[in-house]
Design a protein around this ligand. Structure first.
Ligand SMILES: Cc1ncc(COP(=O)(O)O)c(C=O)c1O
Length: 460
């Protein structure tokens, strides 16, 4: 017999002793069935805990989970309510922003698609305070047409930050601030088109390879092994690399290969584009310094706020060899690119006040915990790779094909990326690229449960 929920005049099919998970399920069912209608108020955690004879903390956790999943809605000082849609369609509602911000990510409840940080961790309060300061203090000229390479205050702040945190040889005159790494690659693809060919690591992100061809250059692949890119097989005038944490495999470029790559560039006149997309997130030892310091006139350093703050900001930077500063500035200007001045000034404020570094430190600790939880929960049959840094792991497996594994995950409403689409050549071993940073902090537990349940089905 179901127990009566006296304070709510509602029969939940749940009995004392069934436990927390069963109560959460019973609430989900009640919302889906319409017994708890959209927009209705649910009892406070104190009242419900008392009625059901449970610890209040347990009920609070259930409410937090259901809020993360899109069943409930809370706002400060107001009672908790059922969302106006009466529960999630598949993904939590994203009212007011139009279509999905990242349309290539399947519309699922549990989002482990790599490439994004925990969007709910964006430092809204700090950003708001810095915006206020900027708007109070900035001269009217900041509202004018802007240059195409970023305000000097941001370039100065970046030069200090990059030298300190990543060992980059940076002075403000070499720095060009752009719209992120993909924007940087389309621009460099045009500037370097006369070199004819740009090499990428194999595997690497196909979207970035496509971006680099906009100026007309061809793309080739150079194999990656457990020590990183095989420098001895490099035969192109330009190469794009991810030395701190190879994307997607996650290996770190070995010290001898780092030296060999810098020597290759100096001796052949080649150019290296160093994509340092998640260099701040190293968990098990000191961060690996930027390669750029080994040959600053031959190595272009690229960074972004897409993993540290948010990809929606569209802010990235290049630290360029001196000879490339003017051509890159000119290409950006010709393309119609204009600095989003206010956002750039806010970022400069966060960098100079130390808030940015503090945020990165906090995120590093949080992501490291998630990585450890994921590894501890991983079922047998999956071999994790690239775990010492970054916001993703690669899971190797055997027995089923990659497409089948991804389809199983989607049936459980879990999104990940597949390794297969990243290869240029024929070494297509199956793998799952799992971005563990994306779920909101309070949803990480249930998201991990869903992922692990689905993985067990792939490799029982
Ligand atoms: C390998 C790699 N490099 C760079 C980036 C950052 O790109 P952007 O600055 O265009 O957001 C990403 C983001 O997913 C990435 O995966």
């Amino acid at each position: 017999m179901a127990e009566s929920w006296s304070s709510f005049d509602l029969h939940l099919d749940w009995r004392p002793g069934d436990g927390r998970r069963a109560l959460a399920d019973a609430l989900r069912r009640a919302i889906r069935d319409g017994r708890l209608p959209p927009g209705s108020t649910v009892p406070s955690t104190r009242v419900l805990a008392k009625d059901l004879g449970m610890a209040r903390g347990t009920v609070t956790r259930i409410y937090a989970d259901l809020t993360a999943e899109g069943y409930l809605y809370t706002s400060q000082g107001a009672p908790t309510k059922v969302t106006t849609r009466g529960g999630p369609a598949l993904a939590p509602p994203k009212e007011g922003i139009g279509p999905r911000a990242a349309p290539w990510v399947p519309d699922v409840r549990w989002d482990f698609y790599p490439g994004r940080p925990d969007l709910s961790s964006f430092p809204r309060t700090a950003w708001l305070s810095a915006s206020r300061r900027v708007l109070h203090e900035a001269p009217a000229s900041v509202f004018d047409y802007s240059d195409a390479y970023g305000p000097i205050v941001l370039r100065r702040a970046l030069a200090h930050y990059l030298a300190r945190s990543r060992g980059v040889v940076a002075d403000p005159e070499r720095i060009v601030v752009c719209g992120g790494f993909k924007h940087a690659l389309t621009t460099l693809g045009r500037v370097l088109a006369d070199r004819g060919e740009i090499a990428f690591e194999d595997p690497s992100l196909p979207e970035f390879r496509a971006a680099a061809t906009h100026g007309g250059a061809r793309v080739t692949g150079v194999p990656v092994d457990e020590h990183g890119i095989r420098v001895s097989e490099l035969d192109s005038p330009v190469v794009v690399v991810t030395p701190a944490h190879q994307y997607p495999l996650g290996v770190t470029l070995a010290p001898q290969r780092r030296t060999a790559l810098a020597r290759w560039a100096s001796e052949t006149g080649g150019l290296v584009i160093e994509d340092d997309y998640d260099g701040e997130f190293r968990f098990d030892r000191e961060p690996v310094g930027a390669l750029q310091a080994l040959a600053p006139e031959r190595i272009i350093y690229a960074g972004t706020v897409s993993k540290t703050l948010s990809p929606a900001l569209g802010i990235g930077w290049l630290v360029l060899p001196r000879a490339l500063v003017e051509p890159v500035r000119a290409a950006l200007s010709e393309s119609g690119w204009r600095t989003p001045m206010l956002d750039h000034l806010v970022l400069a404020d966060l960098l100079t006040s130390g808030v940015y570094e503090r945020h990165v430190r906090q995120r590093r600790a949080a992501y490291r915990k998630r990585r450890d939880r994921l590894l501890a929960a991983l079922p047998a049959g999956f071999t994790p790779g690239g775990i010492s840094a970054g916001l993703h792991v690669v899971l190797g497996f055997t027995g089923v094909g990659e497409a089948e594994a991804i389809a199983t995950l989607l049936r459980h409403s879990v999104a990940v990326d597949g390794l297969g689409r990243h290869w240029l050549g024929e070494h297509r071993r199956p793998g799952l690229v799992v971005g563990y940073a994306t779920p909101a902090e309070h949803a990480f537990g249930p998201a991990l449960d869903a992922l692990v349940t689905a993985l067990r089905e792939i490799s029982p």
